[in-house]
Every structure is written in structure tokens, then in C-alpha cells.
Design a protein around this ligand. Sequence first.
Ligand code: AMP
Length: 355
Amino acid sequence: MRIILLGAPGSGKGTQAKLLVERYKVPQVSTGDLLRAAVKAGTALGKQAKAAMDAGQLVSDDVVLGMIEERLTQPDAKSGFILDGFPRNIPQAQELDAKLAWLGRPLQIALLVAVDNDILIKRLTGRRTCSSCGQMYNIHFATPKIQGRCDKCGGSLMQRSDDNESTIRKRLEVYESETAPLVAYYKAQGKLRRVHGMDEVDEIFSHICDMVDAEIRPLQVKGVEAQPVVAAVTSPTATAKTAKKKKKKATKTTKKKPKKAAKKKAKKKAAKKKAAKKKVTKKKATKKKAAKKKKVKKKATRKKAVKKKKTKKKVKKKAKKKVAKKKKTKKKATKKKAAKKKKVKKKKAKKKKRR
Ligand code: AMP
């Protein structure tokens, strides 16, 4: 499940995101929460973001994109995510699309929680959050049982530093100029869905669940990726009706035939994958064998050449030795002959003298 929640500050995206987390067991990724945590921890990133947040402006795209990339690659986001407060402008949306496309996990639905501006201001000024569990309250609409205390955990309720009237007005202005164009962006992709954000929290949640169950869950159960979604739903009743119709249709399509077909398709795919894998392994083995053969041949040739060289050298040495020996013998013989000749000559001279 990969969805984003679009809507102005105070539209109730965070509340719906928390309910969705509980029901579908996928993490809520809120850039606002991540930034607030960084500010609280006093990190370099937090220090960089604080000024923009206090002024109701957007934090720089670089900071937010780096943070999101890191968060979405964590193991718990493998099963999906609910993006809350991100993307906030077209460049962020484009970056997100590119990253998800690269991961082969495109966005499935962009859900707009639509609320009128005057209600937004009342909601934001009255908003209180539990400092320990994050549960949200509103002093105008959803008051806690004990003032200033969380019903769930008893933690103290806090007001966000940027929930004051002047910052709220600035945030709403920024929403109109930077974030609202995303509605057209996702509509063009066929991914936009709307819910009426002024209904009761439970009612809104029920509409959202109808949509998710009809459009995303059946595809996940079948193991098929989400196809581009069709029409945008405008009113809550229409949303519920369309979602129910789609749910019926989806349930029908998952019955017998498609199930069989899907199984067959999956089997065929697996066989194809196996064959491809086998081919690759075989190719690899042949390549390895050829390389080995080449190596052995090269080694043998080199060895042979060295041996030949050695033998040649040996023969040459032997021949040299033979010549030297021959020379020596000849010299010796000549010397011997000369000595003999001298001796004979001496003898002859002696004989002559005696006579
Ligand atoms: P939120 O809690 O979503 O209302 O965000 C609170 C503040 O955090 C905003 O007013 C911005 O200053 C900053 N912020 C949150 N998300 C983003 C984002 N995606 N891009 C830029 N700034 C953001």
C-alpha cells in the first residue's frame, strides 16, 4: 500500500494517517513529524529547518528529500507507506515519482482531504497534541475528558509552536501557492481521490478504507501491482458508492476464473524465470570453461617455450664444450708431435757428432 495524503494544514491528514497505520499496518511517514523530531534533538538538520518552520515557510527541498529517501529505505517501509505532508510542491512530487519508479513501487493513490479555509483556521488554533503518545485533540471540536491531559495515556497536551494565527495564515498561503497544484498533478496521473474532510473522523476514515479495500487491497491479495486508478470521487456519498461498486467488482474478478488465470500466469512466469536463470547459468559456465581452457593452453605454451629455450641453450653449451675439447686435444697432439720431432732432431744431431 503506497498512498499520499494531500490537504491543507489542519485538514486532518495526520489523524487519518494514524488510523490507517493501525488498520493496515504500514508506517506513516510525516515530514512534519520528522522535522519536529530533528528540531527537538537539536541536530544540524533540525537547526537548518527551524527558521523556515517557525515562519510557516517550506523547508528546502534538499533537506526534505534526503530525509524522505532515508526513511523510505528502512525495512518497515517495504510493505508500503502513508505519506503525510510530503510531497509539498511539484519538484518534490517529481522526485518522489522518479525514486519510486526506480524502485518499481509507484504510488497508488493520492488522497485529498478537502476542508474549507475558515474551518482550517479554527482547527489549527484549537489543535493540541499529546506530548507522549502523539494523540490529537481540539479545544473546539474534540476536547479531552480532562483539560490538558491525554485520554489515552494521561500525557500533557501541547500546542505546536507554528499553530499560532499569523503562522497559520502564512502556512495556508504557502499551501495554496506551492501544494495545491499537486491536485492537478495527481489528477493528470489518474491517481487523485477526494474525501470530504468536514465529516466526522470515523466517517471520513470509513470512506478512505472503502477506497483502499476496493482499489489497493485486491491487487495486493492477487500479487498484482496497482494499475493507474480511474475516476476522482467528489462527495463522500459518491465516494462510498463508487468504492462499494468497485469493491464488488474487485471481489467478483477475484473469483474462480481470474484466480485460475492468475495462477496459470504466475506458473508461466515462474517457468520463464527459471528457464532464463538456467540459460544465464549455462552461459556463465561455458564462459568460465572457455576461459579456463584458454588459461591452461596459454600456460602450456609458455612452459613449452621455456623448455625449448632451455634445451637449445643446453645443446649450444654442449657444442661449445665439444669444440673446446677438440681444440684442446688438437693443441695437445700438436705439442706432442712438436716435442717428438724436436727429440728426433736432437737424437740425429747427437749421432752426427759422435761420428
Ligand atoms: P506539517 O506538520 O506537515 O504541517 O509541517 C510543519 C512544517 O514543517 C511546515 O510548515 C514546513 O515548514 C515543514 N514541512 C513539513 N513537510 C515539508 C515538506 N514536505 N517540504 C517542506 N517543508 C515541510
